[in-house]
Design a protein around this ligand. Structure first.
Ligand SMILES: [Mg+2]
Length: 423
């Protein structure tokens, strides 16, 4: 591992991304507190005069009024009556991200998309000589090509972790350059919560070892942190913090799934059952696109007073018939606990235990390889046709797009949707 003497990493985080895209697109929202909610029904009060659900993001004006990103809508409205609630538009945010990243690439190549609103870049020699100008060039490009409403904060430092920390030090529209020769400098006044990769469990372990602040952590030994963490990640964190060039571990894809909170009028069991098929079909499509098969399916349904969970092993499959068949089996099993008249407010379906498409083991218990292969051909054909038509032209069974207009395209902060997720 190399101790980095220069600024090699740039971390960029758009400020209040969803809300600022809304403000960029709709001038009536500019300069006003805006909250983004999950669906259209949650923008208005219900029959009791209460705003249902929670905001998933809010604008800088809303933050200045004391609101936070994730917050009950009713509480937000009480604290800030001028707050305007708008329903999320995942496809718009994705297109905005594409446009913004295109502009940034005119200034500097993008190394990684970390989430819908965060990216990292590798800083070249020119950028190392004059990091301020590089950061300003990015900001100017966005302002001139896209608009003034969408701003970003930029952090620059020796490695990705330090540039991410720097990025969060000055928001919104900030620029923080944390030069390796200034370390530890501003790090010492941070709290453990500000450091990516230090969770509540880690904090407890640090405290128990007498490491109660950043100064103590800075003075600790890498082996000590490794021991406290119980794995090599502790040591990696120590080196990253001290300005070493710590390479990111290749992350192994663990699951494909969707979980969704349902609008109040779509919580009846038959509706949720139909909707869960759409969610799972979309997850299976993404799984196939990335070249995996699943050996397990998880199922969760949250009712008002309890959460029902179940799972099923699958014989390393990727086609819709096998996967949807397993889902229906799970619903049948649920019938002993979930009544047809129950209300389900959140549903989750997740494909787990993934294997590379190439390495399907013949499952001796199933003897179904020739049938399976025919279903796989059919599924591939369906995927191709849907891609060609740019929407779901063909599906196995009904496709009741109700809550489903956003079924596969919900924007999460960690997964960047592709255009195909929206049909
Ligand atoms: Mg952001």
């Amino acid at each position: 591992m190399r101790s980095v003497a220069n600024i090699e990493s740039l971390y960029l985080d758009f400020d209040g991304f969803f809300a600022s895209v809304e403000q960029q697109c709709n001038s009536l929202l500019r300069g006003r507190p805006v909250g983004v909610v999950a669906f259209e029904g949650a923008t208005k009060p219900d029959h009791r005069g209460i705003y249902p659900g929670a905001m998933i993001a809010c604008s800088k004006e809303a933050k200045a009024a004391g609101l936070t990103n994730v917050m009950k809508s009713q509480e937000a409205k009480e604290r800030c009556p001028e707050l305007i609630l708008v329903a999320q538009k995942p496809d718009l945010y994705r297109r905005a991200q594409d446009a913004l990243l295109n502009e940034i690439e005119r200034v500097i190549p993008i190394d990684k998309r970390k989430s819908i609103d965060e990216i990292t870049c590798i800083v070249d020699a020119g950028g190392q000589r004059d990091p301020e100008s590089l950061a300003q060039a990015i900001k100017t490009r966005i302002r001139q090509a896209i608009g003034e409403q969408i701003t970003c904060s930029i952090g620059m430092s020796a490695n990705r972790m330090l540039s991410k920390i720097a990025c969060k030090l000055d928001k919104p529209n900030g620029l923080t350059i944390l030069h390796p020769h200034d370390l530890p400098g501003p790090l010492l006044s941070l709290s453990f919560d500000d450091i990516p990769g230090i969770g509540p469990g880690n904090i407890r372990r640090l405290y128990s070892a007498g490491i109660v602040n950043m100064t103590r952590l800075w003075e600790s030994e890498p082996k000590q942190i490794r021991k406290l963490w119980g794995n090599v990640n502790g040591e990696r964190l120590w080196y990253a913090l001290h300005g070493y060039d710590v390479k990111a571990q290749p992350s192994k894809r663990g699951m494909f799934g969707h979980s969704r909170i349902l609008p109040p009028d779509e919580r009846a069991v038959p509706d949720v059952r139909a909707f869960s098929r759409i969610l799972l079909t979309k997850a299976a499509r993404r799984m196939r696109r990335d070249g995996f098969r699943a050996a397990g399916l998880y199922f969760t349904a949250a009712l008002y007073n309890r959460t029902y969970r179940d799972s099923l092993s699958l014989p390393h499959v990727s086609d819709d018939q096998a996967i949807l068949g397993a889902l229906m089996k799970l619903w049948e099993r649920a019938a002993s606990v979930i009544n047809e008249c129950d209300r389900i407010y959140q549903i989750g379906v997740v494909l787990v235990d993934l294997y590379d498409v190439q390495e399907r083991q013949l499952d001796l218990l199933h003897y179904d390889d020739s049938t399976r292969q025919r279903w796989e051909v059919l599924t591939r054909t369906t995927d191709d046709l849907n891609r060609r038509f740019g929407r779901t032209a063909i599906s196995l069974g009904p496709w009741p797009m109700k809550a489903g207009s956003l079924a596969g395209g919900k924007i999460s902060f960690t997964r960047i949707p592709a255009a195909e997720d929206f049909f």
